[in-house]
Design a protein around this ligand. Structure first.
Ligand SMILES: O=C(O)CCC(=O)C(=O)O
Ligand SMILES: [Fe+2]
Length: 200
């Protein structure tokens, strides 16, 4: 077991040079948008099943040849509303995050659910823009509420808690992460994925 942890640390430890990770924040309040969404229409209990294959390599790095079967469609449910540019102001993301958004979404995670260990592969972005795959592709993941007990985000080997509403992190495909709601309240996040135009 110790050997596995060591291995994981070497692969994904903070010294990993290909890892792009920074703290980010937004100023707009999204409460009204959250309230208006008919969340039940956006239930996705196949998110993890769908991602199984592409995350196998991630899991192998931690010593698992398969993804543990105890993850299933009952404990990996997310509600994900994807926005078009008509529905939400994309210019904020360009100005405040220096990201040219390709996909923007809100995720609601009810208590008792997790998004197991994974990396974001940006598969759809790469497919849509094959001539831009050499550009820096990132995801900003912003908390839409103040931290509540039992709400976690693990990035690499650090567990993040006690966050403030509208703060978050931006990462690239080299950054392994986990989201979990072991609390009593719904957990809300915003994802902005696209091309990073910042300098650092
Ligand atoms: O909700 C979160 O904190 C993380 C979401 C995530 O990992 C993703 O959308 O790829
Ligand atoms: Fe992710």
């Amino acid at each position: 077991m110790v050997i596995l942890i060591d291995f994981a640390f070497q692969e994904f430890g903070t010294g990993e040079s290909s890892m792009f990770l920074k703290e980010v924040s937004l100023t707009k309040n999204y409460d009204d948008i959250i309230k208006k969404i008919k969340w039940d229409d956006f239930k996705n209990d196949e998110h993890y099943t769908f991602n199984h294959k592409e995350q196998l390599d991630t899991h192998k790095k931690f010593g698992f040849d398969t993804i543990p079967e105890s993850y299933n469609k009952y404990n990996t449910i997310i509600y994900q509303k994807i926005f078009t540019a008509d529905e939400i102001d994309f210019s904020e993301f360009q100005e405040q995050l220096q990201v040219e958004p390709v996909t923007v979404s809100f995720i609601k995670m009810k208590p008792g659910n997790v998004i197991p260990i994974h990396v974001d592969t940006f598969y759809l972005i790469k497919k849509k823009y094959p001539h831009r795959v050499n550009e820096k592709i990132v995801r900003a993941n912003i908390f839409l509420d103040d931290w509540k007990w039992g709400h976690f985000l693990q990035i690499d080997d650090e567990i993040k808690t006690h966050w403030s509403k509208n703060s978050g992190y931006m990462w690239d495909e080299g950054v392994i992460h986990i989201a979990a709601n072991c609390g009593l309240h719904d957990r809300y996040t915003l994802q902005v994925s696209g091309f990073y135009s910042g300098t650092q």
